[in-house]
Design a binder for this molecule. Structure first.
Ligand code: NOJ
Ligand code: MG
Length: 567
């Protein structure tokens, strides 16, 4: 029973149901979030790499397509060994992206448009070129224990020092690297150039709160926290580090999956850290006013762990522990598989906390067109926006961008380049991403067909479907989504997913998605007559047409439709 049920039906019908729903939920709970990879969104100075001024000039586009908040991958000073996930100064903007003044201008424009800005917060590690690390190498006062240092083990036979444990880094190879100058090993869960900060040191935690405050003071609405599971490592009482057991996966001991990461992932202290950061943000809001500041957590962890990061009855943690389940779907996934992926989240997170979020993709994963097939891009967009909660779109998924085969040269090979290519704005030179001679990654050879400008003019383009979905997402039936029975989902056949959203009074939507490549015939699906409000490219129907669900509805292969019933 929703909290407002006591108002009574008559009152409810007389006031805007949008307001009723909206009063129930905080902005992030039903937000449409959008990830920008700053190198690839818009270049303003012709160097072929995207920048802040470029992003600012495109913020009105985010407004146009119905985005609530955008999170920017790192824009801070960095040698770019991991394209900004290796930060050498947490308090400044990298010159490639611009200046602090440019950032302030971006915030001003975002506020005037009503688009919220979320920054990437990378607490687990810094760049080895950060002055903190240099000070730590030199054992300067206060910085001695800033990173994870250890003597390692002495091999009696060879007389040489060996790493303290058998731990392997996420990017493969040992997690410990010898530092000649300090004559100790340091720990890095990712690249050698990304030494892990020591979160058992209260000074480190304080520095990180200071970083959060610095950007909150500049007006940001929240943070996406990078690599949450990797923040703490287990240490024995005697100061040694325990070896991790083998997992049974693969045969290369230097590969990440070879071990079970029971001592280097999701340690109990990480949960408390999430509470600490949330409290910090909530206090900041209490003192400074404004709307909720949010924390998104990047954690490839079990749903039980994500639930702990979200919080419990006494502690609140990160509002949006990102749900990556739908990223594991493939071209072969059936509607039943989709239901299984949705269940995985809903059975725990929804049951316990009535919260949901659905990530479509990110800069570490192949694009939907490559994971599932180009004809399924719209289907996934329909699903994530029809389900209750927040949706998280990776830039370009709204126009159906696909991975680009990027030729690998020398050391600069990065197997994640394919999903990081420039945004496709128009069919003109460099897709209007840059007016420079070349772009840092090649444009998709498909950009003349798949771009914002062209798709604005095609009624059933991915872009227009996406926009239609955003409009629905903020409608009454989609807003009133707490534990009031206002939605359900099921596979009505092996290949057809049905999602129902309703305010239970005057409005009901049925979203039907045919995941398969056969025509699906559904008889007697419901007792009422509906109206098409949205139909994807493979549909033979058009908005405004009637659908009597007590009779028969036919779905073409890969067709998705949104049907509405009005009292
Ligand atoms: C996760 C980020 O998404 C990825 O791009 C990065 O390489 C690692 N964290 C390390 O920061
Ligand atoms: Mg760590």
């Amino acid at each position: 029973m929703p909290k407002w049920a006591h108002l009574g039906l008559a009152v409810l019908l007389s006031i805007s149901t949008t307001l009723v729903g909206a009063a129930e939920i905080d902005w992030w709970e039903n937000a449409s979030l959008y990830q920008i990879y700053p190198r690839s969104f818009q270049d303003s100075d012709g160097d072929g790499i995207g920048d802040l001024k470029g992003i600012t000039s495109r913020l009105s586009y985010l407004k146009e397509i119905g985005i609530t908040a955008t999170w920017l991958s790192p824009i801070f000073t960095s040698p770019m060994s991991d394209f900004g996930y290796d930060i050498s100064n947490f308090y400044d903007i990298d010159p490639i992206f611009g200046t602090l003044d440019d950032f302030d201008a971006l915030i001003v424009e975002a506020k005037s448009l009503g688009v919220k800005i979320i920054l990437d917060f990378v607490p687990n590690h810094s760049s080895d070129e950060n002055e903190w690390f240099e000070k730590s190498v030199n054992r300067e006062d206060g910085y001695d224990d800033f990173y994870m240092w250890d003597d390692g083990k002495l091999n009696e036979e060879t007389g040489e020092r060996e790493p303290p444990s058998n731990w392997v880094s996420v990017f493969s190879g040992p997690m410990w690297t010898w530092n000649e100058k300090r004559q100790q090993f340091f720990l890095h869960q990712f690249q050698v150039k990304q030494p892990d900060l020591n979160f058992t040191n209260p000074m480190v935690r304080e520095h990180m709160l200071d970083v959060l405050k610095f950007w909150l003071d500049r007006g940001v609405d929240g943070f996406r926290i990078d690599a949450v599971p990797h923040i703490y490592e287990h240490r024995n009482a005697d100061g040694s580090y325990p070896d991790e057991p083998v997992s049974g996966w693969g045969s290369d001991p230097n590969a990440y999956d070879y071990h079970d990461h029971i001592y280097t992932k999701d340690q109990p202290a990480t949960v408390d850290l999430m509470y600490e950061w949330r409290e910090f943000l909530d206090n900041y809001r209490a003192q400074n006013g404004g709307e909720s500041r949010v924390l998104l957590a990047e954690a490839y962890s079990s749903v039980e762990t994500l639930s702990a990061y979200f919080g419990n009855s006494t502690h609140q943690g990160t509002q949006l522990p990102m749900n990556f389940q739908l990223m594991y779907l493939s071209g072969y996934s059936t509607a039943e598989d989709v239901v299984g992926s949705i269940d995985y989240w809903m059975n725990t997170m929804w049951k316990e906390h009535q919260t949901a979020n659905w990530v479509v993709g990110n800069h570490d994963t192949n694009r939907v067109a490559d994971r599932m097939g180009a004809h399924k891009v719209d289907l996934l967009n329909v699903i994530v926006n029809a389900l209750p909660g927040a949706s998280v779109t990776y830039y370009g998924e709204e126009i159906g961008m696909s991975n680009v085969d990027v030729e690998c040269t020398g050391d600069s090979c990065e197997d994640r380049d394919g999903e990081r290519t420039p945004m496709q704005w128009t069919a003109g030179k460099n897709a209007d991403f840059s007016d420079g001679e070349s772009t840092w990654l090649p444009l998709s050879p498909e950009y003349q067909r798949y771009n914002v400008q062209t798709e604005r003019g095609v009624s059933r383009s991915s872009l227009n479907i996406f926009k239609g979905l955003q409009a629905l997402k903020s409608s009454a039936a989609f807003m009133a989504f707490k534990d009031d029975g206002g939605f359900s989902y099921e596979a009505v056949t092996k290949q057809v997913l049905q999602i129902i959203r309703t305010n239970k009074i005057s409005e009901e939507y049925r979203i039907l998605v045919n995941m398969g490549n056969d025509i699906e015939i559904l008889d007697g699906l419901a007792s009422k007559t509906y109206e098409y409000v949205l139909a994807t490219a493979y549909s033979t129907h058009y908005p405004g047409q009637k659908a009597d669900l007590s009779a028969r509805i036919i779905l073409m292969p890969y067709e998705a439709v949104v049907l509405r019933w009005l009292a």
